[in-house]
Design a binder for this molecule. Structure first.
Ligand code: DX5
Ligand code: ZN
Length: 216
């Protein structure tokens, strides 16, 4: 059976215990960490900035993915990379010209993934798949953790799985929003490679939840 990677989103962690919680995630077998960066413009919420990324960087050697829910990734991406982010997850829906921005990242040797919102047609991001390390399918409207999984995102995962496999692309399919043992299994069966999860992991026993997600 195909292995699924787990990427805990620290948005739901206990910040006073973050160092220990990162260790718990690692011991349980997390493969990367997901940092939800929100600017109060692209989404109606404010979260963390580069300082948080550099604190997490000091606590782990695992891959750090920064999910940029910000209006101007072109203005701020460098500070996240300098803080220790490994992969920038860039929304197709950002109001900048995303193709030019991704090309710039490529020229600068910066790793990235492309993200699509629940209402975005998956075909719109096809042209970015060959050069993306990750394709992130949002299974909630971005902004908050603890929302309900949107079932129709599974169709997108299936479609992307086929597109990536048929063309032998390297991109991993990641899914983010409302992931628990039940929806995680549906996503895995649809072809997802990586599950992002915040509230299911951090509002329960961290080790148990990660183990459940790993062994769906
Ligand atoms: C939503 C974020 C997600 C979210 C996941 O805007 O991108 O990473 O916090 O939270 P859960 O797993 O609780 O749905
Ligand atoms: Zn996210």
């Amino acid at each position: 059976m195909k292995n699924i990677d787990i990427s805990p989103s620290i948005i739901s962690s206990n910040l006073l215990e973050l160092g220990n919680q990162i260790k718990e995630c690692q011991v349980a077998g997390a493969k990367s960490f997901h940092l939800d960066i929100m600017d109060g413009h692209f989404v109606n919420n404010l979260t963390m900035g580069p300082d948080m990324v550099s604190a997490v960087r000091k606590a782990t050697d695992l891959r750090l993915d920064c999910h940029l829910m910000i209006e101007r990734p072109d203005r701020y991406y460098k500070s996240f990379v300098d803080a220790g982010c490994d992969v920038l997850l860039v929304h197709y829906e950002t109001p900048i010209e995303v193709g030019n921005f991704l090309k710039k990242l490529e020229d600068e040797g910066i790793r990235y993934g492309i993200v699509l919102n629940p209402d975005t047609d998956v075909k719109k991001i096809y042209k970015f798949v060959p050069t993306s390390e990750i394709v992130l399918v949002m299974s909630v409207y971005p902004g908050f953790s603890g929302q309900k999984f949107i079932d129709k995102s599974l169709d997108k995962v299936r479609e992307l799985r086929k597109f990536i496999d048929e063309n032998y692309y390297q991109a991993k399919i990641e899914i983010d929003g409302g992931i628990n043992a039940e929806t995680g299994k549906l996503a895995r069966d649809a072809g997802a490679d990586i599950l992002v999860s915040a509230s299911y992991i951090f509002n329960n026993n961290i080790g148990d939840s990660i183990n459940k997600l790993k062994s769906l």
